[in-house]
Every structure is written in structure tokens, then in C-alpha cells.
Design a protein around this ligand. Structure first.
Ligand SMILES: Cc1cc2nc3c(=O)[nH]c(=O)nc-3n(C[C@H](O)[C@H](O)[C@H](O)COP(=O)(O)O)c2cc1C
Length: 175
């Protein structure tokens, strides 16, 4: 099984990148699947303006950036979404990238790691409703990180218990 760890924050100075790296290291130590970090920022997915509905595109897209995003997402059997919370919801660029393709997500497993001032909880719960439209199978366990206590000037310093939270998530995802 191949699992894509998708970092969905693309702004300058984002903290999501460090969270993704931590997940990758823990996941590789956990084993049970092949894990890869997928950084949305590197794909420069444009705002979705296509006349063609992605579900009707047969995985062929006019825009080369969308095509390489599609090709990458298509490689995976399951995902861990690394999501910030913006305005009590999912980050717009991440949702745009999710909307820009369709069959690449269909029927796959998905887990969520959130972070933010309120630990990303509301963004995760929004994602559950969104991914249901792609018939994705979401797992219950999450990791929800506090911007106030787990990130400081020297970087990302997760609470010790987050390793257990992530292990529970990985156990369920791999199973
Ligand atoms: C536009 C914007 C809206 C935000 N809204 C929320 C929010 O509703 N709830 C929350 O807990 N944090 C909110 N935050 C704080 C973010 O969780 C925090 O800035 C985090 O570092 C964002 O992730 P990133 O650095 O990977 O982009 C917001 C941040 C931004 C930039």
C-alpha cells in the first residue's frame, strides 16, 4: 500500500511542512506501507476554472500543473491530509487542489492530522464531509496539534503523547 502524506498549506513561512516531515519519519518507523511526502506548494495548482468537470476528464487535464498533481495523487492507495485551519474551515488552496481532480481520490482511505490555534479540529471535521463526496473512507483517529504549545521559535516540538496519537492513526490506516 502506498500512502501520500499531503501537506496542504502553501503560504510563505507555513508550519505545515515541519508537521509533514515529522509524520513521514514516524510513519516510516511504523512501517506497514510505503509513505511519501506530497507538498502541494510544489505543484502550483491553479485556481480551478476549467469548463470540464474533473470527474469527466478521464484523468487528462489541459493544465500541466493539474496533470502532474493528478499523476502524483493517482499513485496512492491512501492519504494522510496535513491540514491547517483557516477561518474555522479547510484552507482554500487545499480545497481548490482537492476540487481540481476527482477519480484520483475515489474510494481511498484517508486520515487527518490538523494543527492551528484551535488544533485544527474544525478543519478536520469539515474535511470528513468533503471527502465523503469522493466515497473516501475516513478513519476516526486524528492528531490535533496546538499552535500555542507545540510550535516555538526553534520549530515544531510535539507533546510526547502525539507519538501515541499518530501511532493509533497509522495502525488504523495501515489495517
Ligand atoms: C487566513 C488564516 C486564517 C486562520 N484561521 C484560523 C482559525 O479559524 N482557527 C485556528 O485555529 N487557526 C487559524 N489560523 C491560524 C493558523 O492555524 C496558523 O497560522 C497556522 O500556522 C497555519 O498553518 P500554516 O502555517 O501551515 O499555513 C489562521 C491563519 C490564517 C493565515
Amino acid at each position: 500500500m502506498r500512502v501520500g502524506i499531503v501537506v496542504g498549506s502553501i503560504r510563505e513561512g507555513r508550519v505545515g511542512e515541519q508537521v509533514g516531515q515529522w509524520i513521514l519519519e514516524q510513519a516510516q518507523a511504523h512501517g506497514g506501507a510505503d509513505f511519501e511526502l506530497v507538498d502541494l506548494k510544489k505543484f502550483n495548482v491553479p485556481l480551478f476554472t476549467s469548463e470540464t468537470h474533473p470527474a469527466m476528464a478521464n484523468r487528462n487535464y489541459d493544465d500541466p500543473a493539474v496533470q502532474s498533481w493528478s499523476d502524483k495523487i493517482n499513485e496512492f492507495d491512501a492519504f494522510i491530509f496535513v491540514t491547517a485551519e483557516y477561518k474555522h474551515g479547510v484552507p482554500g488552496a487545499f480545497k481548490n487542489a482537492f476540487d481540481s481532480i476527482a477519480p484520483e481520490w475515489m474510494n481511498k482511505r484517508i486520515a487527518f492530522v490538523g494543527y492551528g490555534a484551535a488544533n485544527g479540529t474544525r478543519a478536520i471535521e469539515q474535511w470528513r464531509g468533503i471527502v465523503a463526496n469522493m466515497n473516501m473512507w475516513d478513519i476516526r483517529s486524528t492528531v490535533e496539534l496546538s499552535l500555542f504549545t507545540e510550535f516555538n521559535e526553534t520549530g515544531f516540538a510535539p507533546d510526547a503523547r502525539r507519538n501515541d496519537d499518530l501511532k493509533a492513526l497509522l495502525d488504523q490506516l495501515v489495517a
